[in-house]
Design a protein around this ligand. Structure first.
Ligand code: C2E
Ligand code: CA
Ligand code: CA
Length: 242
């Protein structure tokens, strides 16, 4: 009961209307207080714990989607959940997900998984089959932190991603150096020609937003638009933001 999710809005770049949210794990330790994911996720990744923790986050997220069915009967949102490649590589990941979907099904809202480039390439055939099954469940697949990794492009050709999330490090240099701007523009064009959605994360300034929208980036996430919030921090819940 110490683990919960915070939700950060992701908006359409043209209208700034909310398209969905990213779910970010929070740990409220009885003595240490709030522990940040930058501290505990890396440690959990070094053991099997990340699988249990990550599946717990998935279950919380799916319950949230069902709540939205009631609270937001007219909206169509996605909820994007981070999954570790260790979770994906567990033999029964697709079954775990379809089991969860059988218990918690949302009629209107969609689940999206965010996966960072790490070790999926160690067994590409196997992992690509798993992700294909996940996709067949109607779940979106986003490649998180796209750009700085050495095999980012290979990931796009091997795995059935439908969304690219441009890494924050490029976004935050848009106004500072022209190379970063060119790289971001090229990623957006690449995404469009692959018919993928492109999301920019870590957007903090109007200048970044304008440059991204002009180049045709589909969705925007960052402190400029909204910080991650826990449901209990908001008196009226996320429904009022939508
Ligand atoms: P991430 O997936 O890249 O998530 C985005 C992180 O950037 C979040 O940090 C968010 O609070 C932060 N952020 C959002 N907008 C801005 C901005 O405009 N500027 C800056 N400087 N930062 C921004 P957070 O919540 O501390 O999460 C850190 C990382 O922990 C996440 O990075 C993700 O890799 C991991 N994580 C979080 N929840 C989960 C989870 O449920 N499962 C797994 N496997 N990993 C998770
Ligand atoms: Ca993410
Ligand atoms: Ca990210």
């Amino acid at each position: 009961g110490e683990i919960s999710l915070a939700f950060q809005p992701i908006v359409h770049s043209g209208t700034l209307e909310i398209a969905g949210f990213e779910a970010l794990m929070r740990w409220k330790h009885p003595r240490r207080g709030e522990v940040q994911p930058s501290e505990f996720i890396a440690i959990a990744e070094r053991s099997d714990l990340i699988v249990e923790l990550g599946n717990h986050a998935l279950e919380l997220a799916m319950r949230q989607l069902m709540d939205w069915d009631v609270q937001l009967p007219d909206a169509r949102l996605f909820l994007s959940v981070n999954v570790s490649s260790q979770q994906v590589m567990m033999r029964d990941f697709a079954n775990t997900l379809s089991g969860m979907k059988a218990r918690f099904t949302s009629r209107r809202h969609k689940l999206r998984l965010e996966i960072t480039e790490t070790v999926l390439m160690q067994n590409p055939e196997h992992n690509s089959r798993i992700l294909q099954k996940v996709k067949e469940l109607g779940i979106g697949l986003a490649m998180d932190d796209f750009g700085p990794g050495y095999s980012s492009l290979a990931y796009l050709s091997y795995f059935p991603f439908d969304t690219i999330k441009i890494d924050r490090s490029f976004v935050q240099n848009i106004g500072k150096d022209t190379n970063s701007l060119s790289i971001v523009e090229t990623i957006i064009r690449l995404g469009r020609s692959l018919r993928m959605k492109v999301v920019a994360e870590g957007v903090e300034t109007e200048l970044e937003l304008t440059a991204l929208a002009r180049t045709g980036c589909d969705e925007i996430q960052g402190f400029l638009v909204g910080r991650p919030v826990k449901i209990e921090q908001r008196r009226f819940g996320l429904a009022d933001m939508v």
